[in-house]
Structure formats: C-alpha cells, structure tokens
Design a protein around this ligand. Structure first.
Ligand SMILES: CC(C)(COP(=O)(O)OP(=O)(O)OC[C@H]1O[C@@H](n2cnc3c(N)ncnc32)[C@H](O)[C@@H]1OP(=O)(O)O)[C@@H](O)C(=O)NCCC(=O)NCCS
Ligand SMILES: [Zn+2]
Length: 194
C-alpha cells in the first residue's frame, strides 16, 4: 500500500463527497458520510459511522462501532473507544407536535468539540453541545453531561471530575506546591483545583 494514499476497505462506504487524508485507513463496514473530512493517518475501525459534515483531525483513532454525529468536531490525536457515542440533539423527537415526521430542518443541532489528544472510553455517551478538553480522559461507560476541562479525568453516570491526567494518560498527583505532577513523565502542569 502507498503510505500516502488513504486505504478504504472494499466493504466500507465512503461518500465521494467526503475528504480522506493521506495514510488514513477506513476498515470493514465503516461509513463516512457526505462532506465529512478526516485528516492524515487516522484509523476508522470496523462499523464506525462518521456523519455529514463532521470534521476529524489527523492521527485520530476511531474504534469499532463509534458513532460521531453531525455537529461534532474532533481535533488531532483524539482516541474514541469502542462503541463511544457522540450525540447532537439534546431534545430528540421523531415527530413534530402535530404528529408529522420531523424533517432535517425541524431540529436544532448542538455542536460538540473534542479537543486535541483527548480520549473517550468504551461505550461512553457524550451529550450534545459539550467541549471535551485537550488530553482529557473519559472513563468507559461514562455519560458526559458537562464540559470536561483540559487534562480532566471524568467517569461515571453522570460523569464527574475525579482528577487530572498527563499527556501520557496517567493520573497526576498534586505536589506540596499545588502543582500537578506525572511521576512517569516528570511532567508538571498548572491546572485548577478539583
Ligand atoms: C476511568 C479510568 C481511566 C480510571 O482508571 P484508574 O485511575 O486506574 O481508576 P481505578 O481503577 O483505580 O478506580 C478508581 C475508582 O473508580 C472506579 N472506576 C474506574 N473506572 C470507572 C469507570 N469507567 N466508570 C465508573 N467507575 C469507575 C473504580 O471502581 C474505583 O472505585 P472504588 O474506589 O470505589 O473501588 C479507567 O477505569 C477507564 O475507564 N479507562 C478507559 C478504558 C477504555 O474504555 N479503553 C478503551 C480502549 S479498549
Ligand atoms: Zn505522564
């Protein structure tokens, strides 16, 4: 395989109107919709779905069965764990109050931003309209109802801030000077108190 050209598995469904960056690989039965764009060197695993107009950066890993809906933006280096769900309609309804089927114009899209280097655990649900901070870590199965700060570690339903993590994803500890510290990387961060 030419490392510069994208690889699209024959069973994947990639719209001709989508833009796929060099070195990006789209695996079995994944679907990439119209006007979605993916940067370089991404991996889109089996059965993932990237909706209309979604923008995905470079070096992003989208694991099996992830759903990224219209209105979501994913920055560089993000990890979306298996079965993670990024939603866009805070008040979903199939029908209008008069009983007629809602059309594409009958609902309000909320915008969610997943910032650089963030990771979202398996099966997590991110509610519409949130910002998931840079290098934050969302635990498996979390239901994220509030913005997550940069380097924030959140988990549970509803997801709560339980600490901070390093760029390497390990938990940071608070030293005597009030600085957050990664013992593995010897890296220090200035972050708000919990
Ligand atoms: C959130 C996470 C990073 C926490 O890891 P950790 O800092 O090592 O935490 P611990 O395992 O020490 O657990 C600390 C506490 O949080 C709880 N906890 C850990 N992860 C949790 C989660 N995802 N949801 C709810 N509670 C969780 C533990 O039960 C424990 O509670 P207790 O003290 O009452 O027993 C990790 O558990 C996680 O979910 N990682 C994501 C894994 C994943 O989805 N990978 C995707 C690729 S396969
Ligand atoms: Zn570290």
């Amino acid at each position: 395989m030419d490392r510069e050209s994208p690889f699209i598995h024959p069973t994947a469904e990639v719209s001709p109107l989508a833009a796929i960056g060099p070195g990006t690989r789209v695996w079995h039965q994944a679907q990439i919709r119209e006007r979605a764009s993916l940067g370089a060197n991404c991996i889109v695993s089996k059965g993932a779905y990237v909706d209309l107009d979604v923008s995905v950066g470079s070096n992003v890993k989208i694991q099996n069965g992830v759903y990224v809906y219209h209105g979501v933006t994913v920055e560089d280096g993000v990890f979306l764990g298996p079965g993670a769900m990024l939603t866009n309609d805070k008040l979903p309804r199939a029908i209008n109050p008069d009983g007629t089927l809602k059309s594409d114009a009958d609902w309000e899209v909320s915008h969610t931003l997943v910032k650089q280097g963030a990771s979202i655990g398996a099966g997590a649900v991110v509610l519409p309209g949130l910002t998931i901070g840079a290098f934050s870590l969302v635990g498996a199965g979390a239901v994220v109802t509030r913005d997550v700060p940069d380097h924030g570690l959140v988990y549970g339903n509803p997801a709560r801030l339980h600490g901070y993590v390093c760029r390497c994803a390990r938990r940071l500890t608070l030293d005597a000077n009030g600085t957050w510290y990664c013992a593995a990387c010897d890296e220090r961060y200035s972050l708000p108190p919990l």
